[in-house]
Design a protein around this ligand. Structure first.
Ligand code: FES
Length: 268
């Protein structure tokens, strides 16, 4: 392990040969006791089947146990290992070292969020936004358990299934330039999950969600850059969900405009 600044590039391996080691430049920061972040260089073994998370675990187990980062499943399910790798938001359990040869590989916390420690971000803002967008099923017809399941057809499931694949990794927030400029933006995952429930045939919470989804900080704040969808490690299309939300909001607005009695009935 060595401190770095400025950073020098590692010597490339001979063509066709895997290097024995690779260098990671890891973001280190203790906001409570340090004035500014720094980067620390660690030389770790290179293995063809290692992902960045393996290299971080090697550092923690063998080189510096104080390094702080989140992970759990190591198989792209829990969503806890999202970090910036060479400037891009990725799941580190799915980011192979071989794709970053010859290194160095720079690892940083997800951008646009406050840092709690080293590679760990403060998720509070994201959690509040998921709550505000009511990202859960609000049953259209509440029923008791003994009344059975809420059934739906395969076609009804297909309406929203793609958006259920979100694992809340927050890579889309780190990729979103709008959220980076204005953190009052509800943001890609919360808007996409709100839309996921709006599209669910069993749900009746559209009006409740509209207070947030159709607000100035909701879908209309999105400028449709599309980086959120490109960054999603699960292939979810939050940008698409947000545009669907804009169409839905427009339809509801026009209905209220052209059929004022409908709004009065709904309100009264
Ligand atoms: S460790 Fe669970 S998604 Fe990477």
């Amino acid at each position: 392990m060595e401190s770095s600044s400025p950073v020098a590039a590692a010597a490339p391996a001979p063509a066709g040969a895997a290097p024995p080691t690779i260098v990671l430049e890891v973001f280190r920061y203790l906001p409570d006791s340090e004035d500014a972040p720094r980067y620390e260089r660690f030389t770790v073994p290179y293995r063809h089947d290692w992902v960045v998370l393996d290299a971080l675990n090697h550092i923690k187990d063998r080189l510096d146990e104080s390094l702080a980062f989140r992970w759990s499943c190591r198989m792209g399910v829990c969503g806890s290992c999202g970090m910036m790798v060479n400037g891009a938001p990725v799941l580190t359990c799915g980011a192979f070292l071989r794709d970053y040869l010859p290194g160095p590989v720079r690892v940083e916390p997800l951008t646009h969020f406050p840092v709690s420690r080293d590679l760990i971000i403060n998720m509070e803002d994201f959690i509040h936004k998921m709550e505000a967008a009511r990202t859960w099923l609000i049953p259209k017809e509440p029923r008791r358990l003994e009344e059975g399941e809420y059934r739906q057809t395969p076609a009804q499931l297909a309406q929203y299934k793609q958006f259920t694949l979100c694992i809340n990794c927050m890579c889309c927030y780190a990729a979103c330039p709008v959220y980076g400029l204005d953190s009052t933006f509800v943001g890609p995952a919360a808007l996409a999950l709100g839309q996921r429930y709006n599209l669910d045939s069993r749900d009746g919470g559209q009006a409740e969600r509209a207070e947030v989804l159709q607000s100035d900080h909701g879908v209309w704040h999105c400028t449709f850059v599309g980086d959120c969808s490109r960054a999603c490690p699960k292939g979810v299309d939050p940008a698409g969900a947000i545009q669907m939300g804009k169409v839905q909001g427009t339809v509801e607005y026009m209905k209220a405009l052209l059929l004022p009695g409908r709004r009065a009935r709904a309100q009264g």
